[in-house]
Design a protein around this ligand. Structure first.
Ligand code: SF4
Length: 374
């Protein structure tokens, strides 16, 4: 088994309006103890000695850590796992905590991919979202990382935001195209429970663009990114040439991954589990006792459902041969009528190897995925 390794850093300078990730502002006092706990947790992993070919340090805002802390975490991962010499090693960064010196120090520790949370190139929108950086800082962070020698650069953008117009989205994508990025994750806003954004929308303080406008934004992103030389390889992900995210692809291709840190998730092929969310409790327990909060054994029914909906996130879709190899039966036996029905609706289309979301289906992913849950 070749693993993907995920490390969660739950600290942020400020909580964004829309964010329901396990991330917390004002808890920097725990940083040092948390890094030490992470290293204990990693060193005590029952998967010690296994091979790994991707590492993803996500958050939260991992770039808030000192490069020395990132170095300790990566060193412990290398001492614990057999990490491939050509492994993809990604760290997420926010523009306010990444400059040339930090990027160069991260590159020295072995980081070879950076994912920058830019979200928008409109200063007014960034302020509304509660982001603590400007558009110019976003661009400067990308240029600094490139100058520091990290050329596998990804950028996140969002659309479907309150007050946003189609022209704003087009402008954002055009500015992205002028930067040295080879990967982009461009998300349609999801309004999550418990966020300030949801409360404001329910009170009528803000309003989302109409569904038709959001659909047009998605199409504009898709068309523009193709024009700028990116291929669309997953619902929200675009890459130039070979620069698809190898780590994220593990999630979509049903490969095993092990997560460290609060709220980190893991999957070993038969069981999924999640760590506790409480930072002090994690610091106390890590490396000494279990930090798992919940664990679910994946039965045969759940396995095929998960496999299908994850595979359909990718533009190449489901490979019927791979399905048969993994599950010992044909997909037609399990989902034949479901697939035929979705093809008739124009939401799926046949490929050489199986089926995938059609261009029309891209906007109805959740509906399509729900049809595979039995
Ligand atoms: S920086 Fe990212 S993780 Fe932190 S609050 Fe904002 S969206 Fe959430």
């Amino acid at each position: 088994m070749t693993l993907g390794l995920y490390v969660h850093i739950p600290f942020c300078r400020h909580k964004c309006l829309y964010c329901d990730f396990p991330s917390y502002a004002g808890l920097e006092r725990y940083c040092q103890g948390y890094v030490e706990a992470l290293c204990r947790d990693i060193a005590a992993s029952p998967y010690t000695g296994e091979g790994a070919d991707t590492v993803y340090v996500g958050g939260g805002t991992p770039s808030m850590l000192e490069a020395g802390d990132v170095s300790c975490i990566l060193k412990t991962l290398r001492q614990t796992f057999c990490i491939a010499s050509d492994a993809e090693i990604t760290i997420e960064a926010n523009p306010d905590s990444l400059d040339y010196d930090k990027a160069a120090a991260l590159a020295d520790c072995g980081v070879n991919r950076l994912s920058l949370g830019v979200q928008s190139f409109s200063d007014a929108m960034l302020a509304f979202l509660g982001r603590v950086h400007t558009a110019a800082q976003g661009e400067a962070a990308i240029q600094a990382a490139y100058a520091a020698g990290i050329h596998n650069l990804s950028l996140d953008l969002m659309y479907g935001l309150p007050g946003q117009h189609l022209a704003d989205v087009r402008r954002d994508v055009e500015r992205l195209s002028q930067l040295p990025v080879v990967h982009a994750s461009i998300y349609s806003l999801i309004v999550e429970d418990g966020t300030q954004l949801k409360a404001g929308l329910e009170k009528g303080t803000w309003h989302l663009p109409p569904d038709g406008t959001v659909e047009a934004m998605g199409k504009a992103v898709h068309d523009a990114m193709h024009g700028y030389g990116f291929h669309h390889y997953e619902i929200s992900s675009y890459a130039k040439g070979p620069f698809e995210s190898r780590h994220n692809s593990k999630y979509w291709t049903y490969e095993p991954y092990i997560g460290f840190g609060v709220s980190a998730h893991s999957f070993d092929g038969t069981t999924r589990w999640a760590n506790i969310a409480n930072i002090p409790a994690y610091i106390h327990k890590a490396g000494r006792e279990s930090v798992v909060a919940e664990s679910v054994a994946i039965d045969a029914k759940r396995a095929v459902e998960d496999y299908c909906f994850l595979a359909l996130r990718r533009r190449v879709g489901i490979d019927y041969g791979d399905y048969a190899r993994r599950f010992g039966k044909s997909i037609e036996a399990d989902f034949g009528p479901v697939i035929d029905g979705l093809i008739r609706q124009g939401l799926l289309e046949r490929t050489e190897r199986g089926c995938c979301l059609s261009e029309d289906g891209l906007g109805y992913g959740n509906y399509v995925f729900s049809k595979f849950i039995r």
